[in-house]
Design a protein around this ligand. Sequence first.
Ligand code: ADP
Length: 447
Amino acid sequence: MFDKILIANRGEIALRVIRACREMGIASVAVHSTADADAMHVLMADESVCIGPPPSGQSYLSMPAIISACEITGAQAVHPGYGFLSENAGFVQMLEDHDITFIGPRAEHIRIMGDKITAKDTMKALGVPCVPGSEGGVNDVDEAVKVAAEIGYPVIIKATAGGGGRGMKVAQDEKGLEVAFRTARAEAKAAFGNPDVYIEKYLQKPRHIEVQVFGDGKGRAVHLGERDCSLQRRHQKVLEEAPGPIITPEERARIGKVCSDAVAKIGYAGAGTIEFLYEDGEFYFIEMNTRLQVEHPVTEAIFGVDLVRQQILVAAGQEMEFSQDDLTIRGHAIEVRINAEKLPNFAPSPGKITQYHSPGGLGVRVDSALYDGYSIPPYYDSLIGKLIVHGRDRPEALARLDRALGELIVDGVETTTQLFRDLLQEPDIQSGNYSIHWLERWLEQRY
Ligand code: ADP
């Protein structure tokens, strides 16, 4: 087992990894920008190294700085968290060249899944059902018109290098297709340095259902059920729950097996998420994320497992601690993302926390790097905490969520807390009846 792990991240996910390290008797190293000198992950880790100025490009994304920090501190492995360098195959390669272990899958798998066209081709070949669409990329408008006519409108044009909900454009008909195609390419080029796009059928009222998988890198893999992440704003998740309110045990077993077989076959190592759109009883693959997800705690809650611990074990060449038969679901869990943002338009609201009180009690977990007097810097994303509740069933989880939200105090900045309290009053949320478009429509009417 490793003696020391460096966490190439900040905020709540850095704490999450430090906590797992501590329980495993492994020393932790935090890295930070000058803007984060007094951040919680720095205070909580056993050691810390400043790796650069505030902009992430010069600190949290600086591979040479992170590798130097490993060498200075003698860290044998790096946990990337999510975002930043977590899905950067070049980083994995560079670590390997320096004999440092990356806690995650092999560079090859990150590369395949990082390009959505290749990812879809690979998954299709592995027997995973995909959204109908173009065979590979689409290079010009004429080809786009042809493909769209075949699959039928509306269609969505997506960047192969896409992420974070960017570079996607919907076209309702042939008239709108040309503009959508050109804007998607331009946006993709600007955001990802790669203009390549592909086309998919635009599903009308799907749910976003994602399957958690875990592989040992040697051909054994399991699935840990699904999460429903349909409540989204601008294609970004806002609330996640597990199990999915409308997924039956039979559907779970079926799609779960398809997913675990697929990752077992490629020898995938560590945690991964296979994302689907789900409509009328059918699953359609959209992408795979080769990292721990923000919403992993809902899965941990219902299965009673520590996914970060398993990631570390597998990276160290040890066995994961469960097989498929050991994994049974207990109860229902919901996570909400508390952002430092001002409603109604979700404008970032950085600043000093004058008072912070975290909820507690039975079935409540708070993953947050906030503390009294902490100043949220303006340079990074606005997620300041995740509130996760676990109940014996969905109604209990909902009631617990409302109770816990009522206990949360974050003064000094604006937060999205009230949004969730309002949402919990909605009959559709109470019954679990929502598609990926529900939240945007509700926000338009409400705020
Ligand atoms: P990103 O990598 O940018 O997150 P995804 O491919 O995961 O992009 O898609 C993000 C979200 O965009 C999905 O959860 C869904 O809400 C919407 N979306 C993507 N593809 C389609 C589609 N074919 N039809 C309808 N909505 C889609």
